[in-house]
Design a protein around this ligand. Structure first.
Ligand SMILES: Cc1cc2nc3c(=O)[nH]c(=O)nc-3n(C[C@H](O)[C@H](O)[C@H](O)COP(=O)(O)OP(=O)(O)OC[C@H]3O[C@@H](n4cnc5c(N)ncnc54)[C@H](O)[C@@H]3O)c2cc1C
Length: 369
């Protein structure tokens, strides 16, 4: 039986761990933090994931996640476009969803090493050596699901970490007055903010902003008042909602640069393989999907049906055919909404042309798997 180490227990790592342990593989998952914990994420999950999650018993039905099938887009000058979401999605906090997947994996026998950060990975003589601050673990295969940016990217000398990235993400949970089936996206200068419902009638308010906004206003609160409040919809939501966190969750250095799905024989899934812009709303679906295709190949490798070389070639090919164009499209759509003038124009065009609006929305969702 092959031994697998998964580095990072977000959606990609937890879904892969659940899948592979069920098929009899020996799985150890090393996670920097301890569950449950909050993450910066819009918490809208595309329905393309539902067939797979249900088939593997991983759909979080016990939280009664709201079904979301309408999309509202607002521009800085107060224009609104309201559109149907054909495929749609559901809402659940990462706090609850990741904890739910963690407990499932624990019950099935995944060995968790929590509160532990991996510092480096070495591949030598067909084995991997994974070093943490305390110890060294070894395995036949290592899966990198350590998210958008990690100290491991630095130790692996991945090219995207050599450049600074200008984006920051901020998240709150709030109680507000918005229909449960609606996801709204509000533009502001050099950023956009999504709001949609999650479990327990709470809502996630999450935005992406250029660090220039933060730098020029000194604090998050001052920036929100000076920049986000220029959109009248956002001003009203901030003024009339109950904010449930003492302080927001914040992350910096969010990069959408191209990455590779394999690095020094480490097989990357989720954001570690490539991050889609949040505007295209589907990083979580891609994390789950990439964990699925990788797990299937690892199971074949473990059964002796394919060699390591074939595993790497096939994973790389599948990953590129499923996600490379989607990531590129996400970057182009984000460019359209990154600027005040172009976002006003895009919203006007989407209001006037239903086919164009439908095309853009279609590009942000994948096929059910
Ligand atoms: C502002 C914003 C809004 C978003 N909104 C949405 C949305 O509404 N819908 C959607 O589908 N996607 C959204 N996304 C994208 C989505 O959050 C990610 O695509 C998704 O979380 C990727 O999952 P992952 O498992 O790859 O990584 P993560 O969920 O980030 O998990 C990575 C894990 O690895 C751990 N880790 C990192 N380094 C190490 C290490 N060295 N050793 C051990 N552990 C380590 C981390 O602690 C973390 O738990 C958004 C992203 C941003 C930034």
């Amino acid at each position: 039986m092959k031994s697998i180490i998964i580095i990072g227990g977000g959606l990609a790592g937890l879904v892969g761990a659940n899948y592979m342990v069920e098929k009899g593989l020996s799985v150890t998952l090393v996670e920097k933090k301890r569950y449950p914990f909050h993450r910066v994420c819009g918490e809208y999950i595309s329905n393309e994931t539902i067939p797979f999650l249900k088939a593997r018993g991983l759909f979080p039905q016990e939280f009664n996640p709201p079904k979301i099938n309408r999309f509202q887009l607002t521009s800085l000058n107060g224009r609104v476009a309201l559109l149907p979401l054909d495929l749609g999605g559901f809402g659940i906090s990462r706090y609850s969803f990741d904890h739910f997947l963690y407990k499932k994996a624990l019950d099935k026998g995944v060995n968790f090493v929590l509160d532990t950060e991996v510092e480096s990975v070495l591949f030598k003589d067909e084995s991997f050596f994974v070093r943490t601050g305390q110890t060294e673990l070894s395995a036949d295969l290592v899966i990198g699901s350590f998210g958008k940016r990690s100290r491991l990217d630095l130790s692996m000398k991945r090219s995207f970490v050599q450049k600074r990235s200008p984006y920051a993400g901020v998240k709150y949970h709030i109680r507000t007055d918005q229909p449960a089936d609606l996801i709204s996206l509000h533009n502001f200068k050099d950023g956009y903010c999504g709001i949609s419902q999650i479990e327990d009638q709470k809502f996630t308010l999450c935005y992406l902003t250029h660090r220039i906004n933060l730098k020029s206003h000194g604090s998050i609160k001052a920036m929100e008042e000076a920049v986000l409040f220029k959109n009248p919809y956002l001003k009203s939501i901030f003024r009339n909602s109950e904010f449930l966190f003492d302080k927001p969750e914040v992350i910096n250095e969010i990069s959408f640069a191209t990455k590779t799905p394999i690095e020094n024989h480490v097989l990357m899934t989720g954001d570690a393989a490539g991050m889609i812009t949040p505007l295209c709303g589907n990083g979580m679906a891609m994390a789950i999907h990439s964990a699925k295709i990788l797990s299937e190949l690892v199971i074949e490798y473990s059964a002796g049906k394919i060699t390591r070389e074939h595993l790497e070639i096939q994973y790389s090919q599948k990953w590129n055919s499923l996600f490379a164009i989607r990531l590129w499209t996400g970057r182009q759509i984000q460019r359209l909404f990154g600027d005040e003038w172009t976002s006003n124009l895009a919203i006007n065009l989407m209001r006037k042309s239903q086919p164009l609006a439908e095309l853009i929305i279609k590009k942000t969702h994948g096929q059910p798997f």
